[in-house]
Design a protein around this ligand. Structure first.
Ligand SMILES: [Zn+2]
Length: 55
């Protein structure tokens, strides 16, 4: 299993980091939409950084 990490472009806040594959849409909806939570509040593009990490 490869964990995936979804991060904010500007502040690097990690929205999601788990081994379960989720759609970016689903993750961002849990945070209230396409906006970085109280860290930098910048509107997010539809595609935040998504990384596949070994391990
Ligand atoms: Zn941010």
């Amino acid at each position: 299993m490869m964990p995936i990490i979804i991060k904010c472009h500007s502040c690097g806040f990690t929205f999601y980091s788990d081994q379960q594959l989720k759609s970016v849409d689903e993750v961002l909806r849990q945070w209230g939409g396409y906006r970085c939570p109280p860290v930098c509040l910048s509107p997010l593009s539809k595609m935040p950084i998504t990384m596949h990490v070994k391990g």
